[in-house]
Design a protein around this ligand. Structure first.
Ligand code: 13P
Length: 256
C-alpha cells in the first residue's frame, strides 16, 4: 500500500466564508480537536483571515493555507496576491486551480502551472486541484481529462518539487452537491493519478506524493474514503466550517 511513504492530510477549504470574529471562534474551537490528530491538518482561509489564522495557530499542529496565489512576483495585477506576500506572514500551503477558480474566474491549466511553479519557488506547498466534469465522466474520458491536467499543471515541475506538492482529486460533480464519489471511484482515480506521476517521474516520487480526495466528504463517508490505499486524506469544503465535523474527518484520516 505504501501509505507510510507519504502523509495523509486533511485540509479545510473555507472558500468565501467566515468574517474575522467567526474565523477566530472556529479556530479556537478547532485547536483542541486538531491536537488529537496524527494526520496533517491544514486550514485554507480567505486572504483577510490569513494573519489571524497564522497568529492563532502558532505552536499548534494546524498549518495555514491560502486559497489562491498569483504567478508574478509583483506588479500591475489588481486584486491578486503574490507568493512572497503569503510566505512573509507565515502561510505554508496554497490551493491552486480549484474547480471554482477554473469555472468562474477563467483559470486554465497554463495559469495553474504558472501559479504552482511560483508557489514552489517561494517555498509554499501547493495543493493542486484536478477533476472531471460530470459530462466528461459520462463520456468515459475521466482518465484522459485527469492525465491532461496532471501533465499540464505540473509541466516543468522537478521531481524534488513535486514531492512537496499535494494533489487534490475533486470530481467537479461532487463539489458542494452532496454527491460523493464512491470510495471505489475515488480510489480508482487517485490510483490513476499516482500511476501518471510514476510515468512522468518515478515510482519512488509517485509513492511520496499526498493525493487527497475532495467533494462532499463528510463525517458519514470520510472513513471509507480515506481508508482507500491511494487516498491520502481530503480537501474539505462544507464540513471544514464546523469544528466537530472537521474533527471527525481528522480522526478518520489519522486512523485510515
Ligand atoms: P465540499 O466539501 O463542500 O463539497 O467542497 C469540496 C471542495 O471544493 C474542497 O475544495
Amino acid at each position: 500500500m505504501n501509505k507510510e511513504l507519504r502523509q495523509a492530510i486533511i485540509a479545510g477549504n473555507w472558500k468565501m466564508n467566515k468574517t474575522r470574529p467567526e474565523a477566530r471562534a472556529l479556530i479556537e474551537e478547532l485547536k483542541p480537536i486538531a491536537a488529537e490528530a496524527t494526520c496533517g491538518v491544514v486550514i485554507c482561509v480567505p486572504f483577510t483571515n490569513l494573519e489571524t489564522a497564522v497568529e492563532l495557530t502558532k505552536g499548534t499542529n494546524i498549518k495555514v493555507g491560502a486559497e489562491n496565489v498569483h504567478f508574478e512576483e509583483k506588479g500591475a495585477f489588481t486584486g491578486e496576491i503574490s507568493a512572497a506576500m503569503l510566505t512573509e506572514i507565515g502561510v505554508e500551503y496554497v490551493i491552486i486551480g480549484h474547480s471554482e477558480r477554473r469555472q468562474y474566474f477563467g483559470e486554465t491549466d497554463e495559469t495553474v502551472n504558472k501559479r504552482t511553479k511560483a508557489a514552489l519557488k517561494a517555498g509554499l506547498k501547493p495543493i493542486v486541484c484536478v477533476g472531471e466534469l460530470l459530462w466528461e465522466r459520462e463520456c468515459n474520458i475521466t482518465e484522459e481529462v485527469i492525465a491532461r491536467q496532471i501533465k499540464l499543471d505540473l509541466y516543468d515541475v522537478s521531481a524534488e518539487d513535486v514531492k512537496k506538492t499535494v494533489i487534490a482529486y475533486e470530481p467537479v460533480w461532487a463539489i458542494g452537491t452532496g454527491k460523493t464519489a464512491s470510495a471505489a471511484q475515488a480510489q480508482e482515480v487517485c490510483a490513476f493519478i499516482r500511476a501518471t506521476l510514476a510515468k512522468l517521474y518515478s515510482k519512488e516520487v509517485a509513492d511520496a506524493v499526498t493525493i487527497q480526495y475532495g467533494g462532499s466528504m463528510n463525517p458519514g463517508n470520510a472513513a471509507e474514503l480515506v481508508a482507500q490505499p491511494d487516498v491520502d486524506g481530503g480537501l474539505i469544503g462544507g464540513a471544514s466550517l464546523k469544528a466537530a465535523d472537521f474533527g471527525v474527518l481528522l480522526k478518520a484520516a489519522s486512523e485510515g
